[in-house]
Write a protein that binds this ligand. Structure first.
Ligand code: TXA
Ligand code: MG
Length: 309
């Protein structure tokens, strides 16, 4: 791998562009995890109709600890399996400046230290945490060669770093350590038995759909703002905050005055958070077109507006 290639790829990442790169599992579609617009571009390029939280890649444990709160369990499994195909879901450190979109609004973040030498070199050169789902269009098969990425994403990615075929070919194991009991969210090469041997505790199986309740008390509306959300608003009623889209002189905040869906996706979680404030009774949201990234934005807004339980 030419160092010029790595330097160029790292510069693109720092500039908010998308770079596909090899890991030991599959090729990732990378974007700066601190840049809301870069993360929105990842969702746009993948063409998913909803926002699922993405894995943030860092070169080592020290960089990971800057992004999330590690306890003794997390340090033990990190020492045993990093670098390698294990992803840990841990509480976010807000001071790390990670995009809210990368966590899909959740208070946790998924972190992984990949072992592939090209991924390692790129992450060190980039100097920013890199969000990277598998580098394929939604619904496509996971890419294990640079040609697969080009065939699936084409011009939607700014650069593909070719590191040859991936060794594992199966995405990383995802382990949730945000609660008392370790939960396996996605099976992978590192097995529950491997994890249990290090943790000295049973690992229970969970769903890898982070919107699914983890326990009976945890329903969809758990992820909604405290204030009620009113959709398809044209103006603010007394006491309401108005979240605009497109030209909207009366809006309290605007997802995108120019009606740009990437910009709107980048602003969505921060805007909902800012408007979920005691100054307002309700968050009224103007309509967002149901196409492209608008599908994922509307999916999230409908969840936020769903009746509370
Ligand atoms: O092998 C891999 O992990 C590949 C390579 C490129 O590193 N990456 C990958 O990333 O598969 P991604 O973003 O597609 O994986 C997302 C997985 C999903 O199962 C998602 O539900 C889970 O990680 N996840 C991410 N953040 C989460 C969070 N805060 N809470 C719960 N689950 C989370
Ligand atoms: Mg995938």
């Amino acid at each position: 791998m030419l160092s010029e290639t790595i330097t160029a790829a790292a510069a693109l990442l720092r500039a908010g562009r998308l770079v596909a790169f090899p890991t030991e599992t599959v090729y990732g579609l990378g974007g700066a995890a601190t840049d809301d617009t870069a993360v929105a571009r990842i969702f746009e390029a993948k063409g998913r109709p909803s926002f699922n939280p993405l894995i943030v890649h860092v070169p080592d444990l020290a960089a990971a600890e800057a992004c999330a709160v590690f306890d003794d369990r997390a340090r033990a499994v990190a020492a045993a399996f990093w670098p390698g195909p294990l992803t840990l879901v841990l509480p976010r450190r807000e001071e790390a400046g990670l995009s809210r979109l990368v966590s899909a609004g959740l208070p946790s973040v998924a972190l992984r230290v990949p072992a592939h030498p090209v991924a390692q070199a790129l992450l060190r050169a980039a100097g920013v945490p890199v969000a990277a789902p598998s580098a394929n269009r939604s619904g496509g098969i996971s890419p294990t060669r640079a040609e697969h990425v080009v065939a699936s994403l084409g011009a939607r990615v700014d650069m593909v770093v070719d590191g040859g075929p991936c060794a594992v070919g199966l995405e990383s194991t995802v382990l949730d350590l945000t609660g008392e009991r370790p939960i396996l969210l996605r099976p992978g090469g590192i097995t529950p038995a491997d994890l249990e041997a290090v943790l000295g505790a049973p690992v229970v199986s969970g769903s890898d759909d982070p919107m699914a309740p983890k326990s009976p008390g945890q329903l969809l509306s758990h992820y909604a703002p405290d204030r009620p959300v009113r959709l398809n608003a044209t103006e603010a009623r007394p006491g309401e905050a108005l979240l605009g889209f497109g030209p909207a002189p009366g809006a309290t905040l605007n997802l995108s005055e120019s009606g740009d869906l990437v910009e709107a996706a980048a602003h969505l979680f921060a805007a909902l958070h800012a408007l979920d404030d005691a100054r307002f009774t309700v968050i009224a949201v103007m309509p967002v077109p149901d196409k492209g990234l608008g599908l994922a934005i509307n999916d999230r807004l409908r969840r936020a507006a769903a009746p509370r339980t």
